[in-house]
Design a binder for this molecule. Sequence first.
Ligand SMILES: Nc1nc2c(c(=O)[nH]1)N[C@H]1C(S)=C(S)[C@@H](COP(=O)(O)OP(=O)(O)OC[C@H]3O[C@@H](n4cnc5c(=O)[nH]c(N)nc54)[C@H](O)[C@@H]3O)O[C@H]1N2
Ligand SMILES: Nc1nc2c(c(=O)[nH]1)N[C@H]1C(S)=C(S)[C@@H](COP(=O)(O)OP(=O)(O)OC[C@H]3O[C@@H](n4cnc5c(=O)[nH]c(N)nc54)[C@H](O)[C@@H]3O)O[C@H]1N2
Ligand code: SF4
Ligand SMILES: [Mo]
Length: 915
Amino acid sequence: MSALKDVRRFPSFCYNCVSGPDFLQVKVEDGVAVEVEPNFKAADIHPGRGRPCVKAYGLVQKTYNPHRILTPMKRTNPKKGIKENPGFTPISWDEAFDIIAARLNAIKAKGLIDESGAPRLAASFGHGGTPANYMGSFPAFLAAWGPIDYSFGSGQGVKCTHSEHLYGEFWHRAFTVAADTPRCNYLISCGANVEVTGGPTAVIRHADARVRGYKRVHVEPHLSITASCSAEWVPIRPKTDPAFLFALIHVLVCEHGTQKLDLPFLRDRTASPYLIGPDGFYLRDADSEKPLVFDTVSGCAVAHDAPGAVPAVDGRYKVSRAITIGPDGARENFADIEAPTAHETLIEHMAGYSPEWAEQICDVPAKTIRRIANEYLEAATIGATIEIDGQTLPLRPVAVTLGKSVNNGWGAYECCWARTVLAALVGALENPGGLLGTTLRINKPQDNRHKSAKPGEDGFMVQYFNPTSAEAWEHTPTTRNLHRSLVPIVGRNGGWSQALGPTQLAWLLSEKVPDDWNFPQPTYPELWFVFRSNPAISFWQTRELAASIAKFPFMVAFAYTLDETNAMADILLPDATDFETNQLIKISNTKYMEHFWRHTGVVLRAKAVEPQGDARDFSWISGELARRVGLLEKYVTQLNRGVGGVAPLKSETYDFSLDPAVAPKPEEIWDAACKAATAALSGGTACHGLDWFREHGFWATPMSELEWYLTPTLAQQGLRYELPYQERLMRVGQELGNRLHEKNMRWWDEQLAEYVALPGWHDIPGRWTRALENAGCAPENFPFWLLSTKSMQYHSGGNAGIALMDEVSQNLHGHTGVMMNADTAAKLGIAEGDRVEVRSQIGATYGRAALMQGVRPDTIVILGQFDHWATPYIKDQERASLNTIAPMSIELTDATGSGADIVRVAVRRMERAAP
Ligand SMILES: Nc1nc2c(c(=O)[nH]1)N[C@H]1C(S)=C(S)[C@@H](COP(=O)(O)OP(=O)(O)OC[C@H]3O[C@@H](n4cnc5c(=O)[nH]c(N)nc54)[C@H](O)[C@@H]3O)O[C@H]1N2
Ligand SMILES: Nc1nc2c(c(=O)[nH]1)N[C@H]1C(S)=C(S)[C@@H](COP(=O)(O)OP(=O)(O)OC[C@H]3O[C@@H](n4cnc5c(=O)[nH]c(N)nc54)[C@H](O)[C@@H]3O)O[C@H]1N2
Ligand code: SF4
Ligand SMILES: [Mo]
């Protein structure tokens, strides 16, 4: 008889993809994690009702993965490359720290910034910022260090919902955008694959909405899981969503007309009434420089905020005297002109974009488009109200959401603009039932959208663009992706703005600069930290990218197993992972995707088991590193400020601050963080330490749903959304052009063309055929579009090495292969399971054909990011990958610096499937 087992359960969370944090508990038997279970104690507070998704169930296998890196390692082969064996050999933590500290101290001695103006230290953290939930107190070390270059990305940011991140924050403080699903009745979703990518929260919210009777129309070239559980699937031609969305606007503004729209919203909460001058800039009062509107009460043009004025939304009006302010402060004077309102220009601009026009471009029947527009307008219930927590608000239960692949690269600006305008036209922007933003990354404070919505210029919210004036424009880039020099809208808010810059430029420019380059010559970072990111798999043209990585002088990777990127490292450091360390994070208001909370508080990822081997807690590694590079005091000072934790460790009412003279132990850090967070968030009524959290898991206090909606906050301040007319962007784009041209640089000119006041259709799919021609290829040799889609089983490539995920994936048709239309396959002589080659102009990738009707005949789909050659387990499975064959190019980069996961390809059969 075996003795009774010691069984314990530890509360934890999963934040392995951006749709977290999702609550769970870890069942531990005799010190071994054996099961992941939901945490139903959190059922009432967690929007996913205490449940994690399938990926979290792989974390037990992750912990005991036989391929884990279990000691620090040193590279012995000085040569780096895909085919080189790194010759990693185990070393002690002491030796690893000695080597790294020597490098860091040498950098400190030389100066943190190199001769090109860029930081000598670089760091890359992957998958949409989620690594921060696993790196303990490391942020305090980074803050103590000083300038760091986050330029070298993995495709997160620029391949994510990039335009949404940037324009979303600009227009409505929305880093990610979702429908108000619990109240929404009609959702048009362009490739937003939320049933797969939104975690348990989205699955629950959308299931409940379906039961309630909401309708989701899913617009996407293939029948994704989300399309298949939608009321309607619209198989649109790839890269033509702007035409579809423009046609919806056309039906609303040109066919239904202004009176059918939400007039009070357009009049009071948007710039629709602003008068447009003959040069395209806002007409302004000559003295106050405020934009003018036409007041229907007094019958004359007045400043937009004139008390008592009732501005006209549409029409053209006589203006006796006004100025405009163009780029670089250029003032024009105008007298006795007739000027349209911004809304009037929208009507005129949209006149040509009828459903019949759009049908030719996007291959969706005009009558379908018109019906969808009509259904949208009707479902918007303009005029209806709802009471939430004692406040009466408009109820506008319609939304348009966009997935990542319509949200980056050419066409993404047009899509983001069109869907935000569609919300504004019916008053659904940031109102109950409508289109809502979640979280902030570029604006501050990051955990409160409302506090960030302060008054700025021209009656709009304040913006923190990178300067484009002659005096302040950054001609010596401070990051290797040039985010401050090239992308005004990405802002200047530290690490996030950097990481959202055009990260592919950092890679491209490290190899070659354009002929008319007139910035300082790019340099390599002298030391590069990488954690939970695998650019050599996740980005584009990955074999070449891996070759670029091989040239970096010195790389330190926090490593869980070997992967394609850390195979080029000089030092590997094994971090204690998911169940092996404590970390406290904030839950509140809104997180990414569909995470809307009714509580604010904190949740602990409790250490449930001892780390495997000699893997160490990040919060210990950070302190040791700080000590050895003479930054201990600064590091602890950052911790005391709350960096890496949730709240400052000291305030007027409490003091849990740590002694800056000694490196605090991880338990001390998290005990202080737990106490400070609860004291701060409860206003002093609660104070719980680490032991309490290890038992209870989370602490939360109710919060009003009113926090979800930004419009009341704008209304209180008399502010307007900067829609529909993009006067500021147009000016900023022209200024940026002036700066680049003054330096004789024309290589960013295509991107400058995107800065227009009202986006119009340009041949977006044609850009891919032109790119082929420019590469000397015949477009007809690459007749298909290859797209990528995500899966519930994988968080990017982060868990690709977990066999259990692969096993589960085998149950989904097409998951591990090359998905194609059955009729297309028949024409090519391809049968189910045949091994096929998918070839682009830069290379080929191979996989088994999965035939289906649920994909357009002109479209091929490959799931995720695979084709590994170093990551144990998955490297032995043949998996095709778009990233191997999608070129990385400036040509296919848009003005925000992003690009889409899409490439023109040819397909042919290799071997027949085994009978
Ligand atoms: N084709 C295609 N490419 C894509 C995408 C796509 O949909 N299709 N998506 C894009 C998007 S949106 C994003 S955000 C990026 C994300 O791409 P990345 O930033 O590269 O993120 P991941 O793939 O999650 O990170 C992978 C690495 O994290 C390591 N890892 C996992 N757990 C641990 C741990 O506990 N400790 C340590 N030290 N390492 C760990 C894994 O070994 C793996 O090598 O990919 C982009 N690339
Ligand atoms: N399970 C899981 N969840 C995740 C992640 C993960 O890796 N796994 N990653 C997280 C991250 S970092 C991100 S950025 C989000 C992304 O979340 P989503 O945007 O939902 O990601 P995808 O599943 O790639 O969905 C994009 C869809 O766009 C479609 N598409 C491609 N081209 C076009 C086009 O031209 N028009 C239209 N209409 N559709 C097109 C593709 O068919 C694809 O299904 O997911 C997050 N959540
Ligand atoms: S959706 Fe799944 S992988 Fe993403 S955070 Fe939640 S439980 Fe983790
Ligand atoms: Mo992403």
